[in-house]
Design a protein around this ligand. Structure first.
Ligand code: GDP
Ligand code: ZN
Length: 300
């Protein structure tokens, strides 16, 4: 009996890294396969117990998860969260300072997702060589004020690359963001060829509609792991329950219990501490606007 980490899965076969560094392939024990509604039962990043039976490696059990990145699947049954990857430390949200312009609403959406999964988010603004430093700071200011860690990077000038390397080379990171922002370029400058490896699966998913491809964990030469998470691509379709949305904005969450009404929606009620904070400039207006817009979008 050994314990290992699931690096990925294809067609019911799980690739598992053992503590020795060796990778083996294993199938699920019958008991784990039965009465499950989906393949959420064992996911990439899970620590599993493996034994050798009848000539093959078999997954006998799953250790409790330390964290899970989840989203609500679109379509029927969407209220059942789908686990994208387990046991990751952080989510690196990559946007570009320009080409393409950063979209704050999209970033806020990703942040709601990481907050609802209770994971740390780091906001990476890449291509800072294309924008004056003051504008970079202005874009990142509301996020810093909300307590997020932010990092400006450039593959061209090398700015922020040592900090990025330090992040990626410890623990497990999810790296995501819109296409064209420089994710592959950043990964390649950490480890040549890495961006291409990650791009392969994501590209394939983009082409076939509704294809579900499991996430993969890729071990970096420097020691960390980076997760390729195709399931995060259409993040626009995810849903968080309306009542839970304010909890996913740290600066709104900080004012919990301070509004006149306990069930304040922070949209129109008198005596709203959130709206007072926005009016006084203590909460950045664009962040509040995102809250407002995302709230309107939710159907829950
Ligand atoms: P991905 O789709 O997020 O993986 O983005 P890519 O890594 O493919 O990069 C998209 C484009 O942006 C390419 O033409 C890169 O050369 C360019 N690019 C990436 N990083 C930077 C950067 O830091 N500065 C500038 N000016 N261009 C960059
Ligand atoms: Zn309120």
């Amino acid at each position: 009996m050994a314990t290992g980490t699931v690096l990925g899965t294809v067609g019911g076969v799980y690739s598992i890294e053992l503590p020795s560094g060796e990778t083996i392939e294993a199938v699920l024990r019958g008991r784990l396969k039965r009465n499950k509604r989906s393949d959420d039962r064992v996911v990439t990043g899970d620590d599993v117990r493996v034994s050798f039976q009848d000539g093959q490696h078999v997954i006998d059990g799953v250790e409790p998860r330390r964290s899970q990145l989840e989203r609500r699947a679109p379509g029927p049954g969407r209220h059942r969260p789908k686990i994208i990857v387990a046991n990751v430390q952080r989510v690196l949200l990559v946007f570009a300072a320009a080409r393409p312009e950063p979209n704050a609403r999209t970033l806020d959406r990703f942040l709601v997702l990481t907050e609802s999964s209770e994971l740390d988010a780091v906001i990476i603004l890449n291509k800072v060589d294309l924008l004056p430093a003051e504008q970079v700071s202005a874009f990142l200011a509301p996020y810093r004020a909300a307590g997020y860690r932010t990092l400006g990077t450039s593959v061209v000038s090398g700015e922020g690359m040592s900090e990025l390397r330090a992040l990626l080379c410890t623990g497990r990171s999810v790296l995501t963001g819109p296409s064209g922002v420089g994710k592959s370029s950043l990964l390649n400058s950490i480890q040549p060829g890495l961006g291409l490896r990650i791009g392969e699966v994501s590209e394939a998913v983009g082409k076939g509609k509704h294809t579900t491809v499991a996430s993969r964990l890729i071990r970096l030469e420097c020691g960390g792991y980076v997760a390729d998470t195709p399931g995060l691509r259409e993040v626009g379709m995810w849903e968080v329950e309306r009542a839970h949305l304010a909890e996913c904005f740290p600066e709104l969450r900080a004012l919990r219990g301070q509004c006149r009404f306990d069930d304040c929606s922070h949209t129109h009620e008198p005596g709203c501490a959130v709206r007072d904070a926005v009016a006084a400039g203590r909460i950045a207006a664009p962040r509040y606007e995102s809250y407002f817009a995302l709230r309107e979008e939710e159907t829950a």
